[in-house]
Design a binder for this molecule. Structure first.
Ligand code: GLU
Length: 488
């Protein structure tokens, strides 16, 4: 069988992590089998659907590396096919018009509630005579179209994740609305379960892979396939993503959209890797850090868990750090520079690219997210305010003498050869430090700590000599030391 799967997002919001994870499983399955991964934009809810959400969803999928085949199908453009299917169901007697008003349906639900029974449509208009129908039309009533769901029906399928599934027609809430209310000579707007079946069949979808919140829909959709005489796809219902408390991840949990993860500095590769682990146990030997291609080679539904997958920030952070630490310096630079530019920062010196690359390499090992690469780069672009520890160090014995000795030597260099050789090499920096320490009569440790405090306004930070060399190229080392001495 040719594998053809699809992701069917509704453009009523930005790309949600749950939709993205469903996309990952569809993509992995398609690529594993050399099949097609298709997109369908389910924009039939005209009030809530927006073109900018469609753009956001497509951008997010592309960013994650989830390439799709063919142009996305736009569901609203297929409304005639949906109406034709409804007309077919009306003609075959699988569907009928229901004239019950909202107020009548509300009364029905109130009665059900009062008697303690579950809310369901009581199929009251299933067997209207032509005369009764005419009477409702004469009253000026509109009608929905309902699809018959017999209480006695049993529905079963073999789910790739959950195994044998059984549903009874009596648990599906009575005859289902498949077209919105409209005058009885027309067919109103077709609704979700009907359109999905018509479109999945038209797109020759072989496997429907979606979240387990769609299980009851699957039961209803199977009845529609049967009534329309359409070939059945195979179904796979993936586990939900849960928050730390074990409840379904929702907007209340804060970060839920792919764009938010991206803005926090997660890489596409780490996020895609992490989403693959949300519900899939990789086989021995693959480990937990892998590319989408590696996962696709090994992917199968036997290793998708039934239990919900708890979101684990530590694991995501670990993966993101792995991805960042594996990047070549030039790749890390390419990832960081746009973020630095967004802060209004640009590199100085004769070769800004080399400077950026050296800074990227300096920060790389301590980054968990790309955002860290902004925060940790900040003191290289903006002069920091010294913190309490730095202020204390600058008042310590020998600090002023040490920094004065360093500054004098730097100024001496500037006066002699700065025009030809403004950069400070590692050797030059080290010998300048040794000379300054002995001239000032301070231990090297005091000098290093004071220099860090003077340059970074903090006692913490990356390798001092590299830090200093970078700040030297931008001319900031002298300026900061002068300022520290003036304040000290
Ligand atoms: N538009 C539906 C959703 O976003 C698609 C469900 C399906 O895959 O059938 O939940």
């Amino acid at each position: 069988m040719t594998v053809r799967v699809r992701l069917a997002p509704s453009p009523t919001g930005t790309l949600h992590i749950g939709t993205a994870r469903t996309a990952v499983f569809n993509w992995l399955f398609a690529r594993h089998h050399g099949g097609a991964f298709l997109l369908r934009i389910e924009d039939t809810d005209r009030e809530r659907s927006r073109a900018d959400y469609t753009a956001n969803i497509l951008d997010g999928l592309a960013w994650l590396g989830l390439s799709w085949d063919d142009e996305p199908v736009i569901q609203s453009e297929r409304i005639e096919a949906h109406r034709a299917a409804i007309a077919q169901l009306l003609a075959s007697g699988h569907a009928y018009r229901c004239f019950a008003s909202e107020a009548e349906l509300e009364q029905m639900r109130e009665r059900q509630k009062a008697s303690g029974s579950a809310p369901r449509y009581d199929n009251r208009h299933r067997h209207l005579t032509p005369e009764q129908q005419q009477a409702f039309i004469a009253e000026g009533r509109d009608a929905v179209v309902r699809f018959r769901i017999d209480d006695g029906a049993t529905i079963g399928w073999s789910d790739l994740v959950r195994g044998e599934m059984r549903w009874s027609g009596s648990d599906l809430g009575g005859d289902m609305v498949i077209a919105r209310r409209a005058p009885a000579d027309r067919i109103g707007d077709p609704l979700y379960n009907l359109v999905v079946v018509v479109d999945d069949a038209a797109m020759a979808i072989s496997h429907v892979i979606r979240g387990e919140d769609h299980i009851a829909n699957t039961a209803k959709q199977l009845l529609l396939y049967e009534a329309l005489g359409l070939p059945l796809p195979v179904f796979a219902h993936t586990p939900l993503i849960l928050n730390q408390e074990g409840r379904k991840l929702s907007k209340r949990d804060g970060v839920t959209s792919v764009g938010e993860f991206r803005a926090m500095g997660y890489t596409a590769e780490a996020l895609a890797n992490y989403m693959t682990l949300l519900g899939w146990s990789p086989p021995e030997g693959l480990g937990e850090r892998f590319t989408l291609e590696q996962a696709a080679a090994a992917f199968d539904f036997d290793r998708v868990n039934r239990a919900g997958a708890r979101f684990d920030w530590d694991k995501l952070n670990w993966l993101n750090a792995q991805v960042l630490h594996e990047l070549a310096p030039s790749e890390l630079r390419e990832a960081l520079v746009p973020l630095w530019q967004a802060e209004g920062w640009s590199a100085s010196g004769a070769s800004p690219e080399a400077w950026e690359q050296e800074l990227s390499e300096l920060l790389g090992p301590s980054l968990t997210t790309l955002r860290d690469g902004v925060e940790q780069a900040r003191p290289f672009f903006e002069r920091p305010e010294p913190d309490a520890g730095a202020r204390q160090q600058l008042r310590a014995d020998g600090a002023i003498a040490a920094l004065t000795a360093v500054l004098e030597r730097l100024e001496g260099r500037d006066a002699s050869d700065s025009a030809d050789c403004p950069d400070l090499s590692v050797e030059q920096a080290k010998s300048l430090l040794a000379e300054a320490a002995s001239a000032a009569g301070v231990k090297k440790g005091v000098l290093m700590k004071s220099l860090r405090a003077g340059l970074l306004g903090s006692l913490q930070g990356p390798d001092l000599v590299t830090t200093w060399r970078l700040l030297h190229t931008s001319g900031e080392d002298r300026a900061r030391l002068r300022q520290a001495l003036a304040q000290g």
